[in-house]
Design a protein around this ligand. Structure first.
Ligand SMILES: C[S@@+](CC[C@H](N)C(=O)[O-])C[C@H]1O[C@@H](n2cnc3c(N)ncnc32)[C@H](O)[C@@H]1O
Length: 452
């Protein structure tokens, strides 16, 4: 099933690697961290404010809003509540593993699924943002730099649901806020979603969050808008310091479906090498969807971060969007790039089609006692997070280009010798034979030997 990896439990026949901090940037084999990756150690840490949010604020909010009995509502969240809400978590997990995510019913219309999302899926998705904000700390810095210039950190969270991505950012910023309040400007959040009930849940949860973190009071403003994500440029009060799209593109309509045909045809014409124009490594020309053009125009500071499920369909759709946007992502200076990650080049994505796709699997224990209970209720304790992502840099705040000899590993070992892996090259993946015992995995970044 397409989205099965998003369920709890460990993948079959796939050992966990507790010694690895992450499969993204910082696990560099035989080479330096690419400039756009975050610091080496620790690769990520959950902020102090995480546990009270996940163990108290969310469950208490859900219980008071969604318990069927009035006299339960004020009691602390406890094991019987896990049993009560688990059914919704299980059913929603089943829905999310469907073959065609865009045929999903409007699950957020049902209280059972909204409560399930808040209790289990929201911490799970937020954990991915927590990881990426730290992996790409320089992109977050760019958002803050731009905010200092304008006096406000304006965040657009598109397909926000209950505000997952924004909460993750607030949790990350809380530390600096407590230690040096003047380093964080006032924040304006704009949440755009087609589902009003999910937005309302998020708004009420946000009020609770501000009550438990009084330093935020009066310094963070939230506006919600019921609208499709692509209307955001018209809804914003000014340019955004950062735009976040969490698990929405895979559900929303696909502006790239026409490109799929173009890419298939181009690849047929080009034959088995499957390289796009060999000089430029550019994908076939196709028009940039106007909704993306408009979004790029208002994305300043930290640019646009898109996180989608790790499944092939959603990942390849994201790769195609990336390829469509490439003409807009040419940096002025060759030592810069307009992609913070995961791409180390600005050629066509080699995984936009075909058997493989660009995704990451990061060993991670998401802290939270109720989260753990729900994940056990789904099968077994969760030990990793999986996702695909693309972080586009703003033109005025480009990322440093990666060293030309660095390559990202885009497969797990291809055979038992564990030496052969695929590395990311413009247009087509390249098979690479590594030294013995290197144990390279998807997401690692390697330095090519000088003769290759
Ligand atoms: C899986 S939820 C993700 C919520 C949140 N971003 C997160 O990461 O937890 C997907 C959200 O996208 C919203 N959505 C679906 N299609 C949309 C569209 N075209 N425009 C805006 N929101 C949309 C749904 O209502 C839902 O709230």
């Amino acid at each position: 099933m397409q989205r099965r990896p998003e369920r709890a439990g460990r993948p079959k026949n796939r050992p966990n690697h507790p010694h690895r901090q992450t499969k993204l940037g910082p696990v560099i084999k035989n080479g330096p961290t690419p400039p756009q990756a975050a610091s080496q150690a620790p690769a990520y840490a959950f902020p102090d404010a995480w546990t009270p949010w996940v163990d108290e604020t969310i469950p208490q909010f859900v219980k008071s809003r969604y318990s069927p009995k009035e006299n339960w509502k004020d009691k602390p969240f406890d094991k019987p509540d896990v049993r009560f809400f688990l059914k919704g978590v299980q059913e929603l997990s089943e829905l999310f593993t469907q073959e065609r995510p865009r045929d999903l019913p409007a699950y957020f219309r049902h209280p059972k699924f909204r409560s399930a999302y808040l209790l289990y899926f929201m911490p799970l998705q937020a954990a991915k943002f927590i990881l990426l904000f730290q992996q790409h700390a320089k992109a977050v810095e760019a958002a803050l730099k731009y905010a200092k210039k304008t006096g406000v950190l304006r965040i657009a969270d598109l397909g926000a649901g209950p505000g997952t991505a924004s909460f993750a950012l607030l949790l990350i910023l809380m530390k600096s806020w407590k230690e040096a309040p003047s380093t964080i400007p006032d924040i304006e959040l704009l949440w755009v979603d087609t589902n009003p009930q999910a937005l309302e849940d998020g708004r009420l949860l946000f009020d609770k969050f501000c009550e438990t973190n009084p330093e935020l009071k009066g310094r963070v403003k939230l506006r919600t808008e019921v609208a499709p994500w692509w209307k955001a440029p018209k809804l914003l009060d000014g340019d955004a310091s950062l735009i976040l799209l969490g698990n929405v593109l895979n559900e929303a309509s696909d502006p790239t479906s026409h490109l799929r045909k173009d890419v298939r045809k181009a690849r047929r014409d080009l034959g088995p090498d499957m390289e796009f124009e060999t000089e430029t490594h550019e994908p076939p020309t196709a028009t940039i969807p106007p909704e993306w053009k408009d979004l790029l125009k208002v994305a300043k500071g930290g640019g646009i971060l898109v996180v989608d499920p790790a499944a092939r369909g959603s990942s390849q759709r994201l790769s195609r969007i990336r390829d469509l946007l490439l003409p807009e992502l040419k940096p002025e200076n060759p030592r810069e790039t307009l992609i913070w990650g995961p791409c180390l080049h600005l050629g066509a994505c080699p995984l936009a089609q075909g058997r493989d796709w660009c995704h990451f699997s990061v060993p991670m224990k998401v802290p939270g006692k109720w989260f753990r209970e729900f994940s056990i209720g789904l099968g077994s304790e969760r030990h990793w997070v999986k996702f695909s992502y693309l972080w586009i840099a703003a033109r005025e705040y480009p990322a440093p280009a990666a060293d030309r000899i660095l390559r990202r590993v885009i497969s797990d070992p291809l055979d038992n010798s564990k030496q052969d892996i695929l590395i990311c090259e413009p247009g087509t993946p390249r098979k690479f034979r590594s030294a013995r015992n290197r144990d390279l995995r998807r997401g690692d970044v390697i330095r090519l030997p000088s003769k290759s």
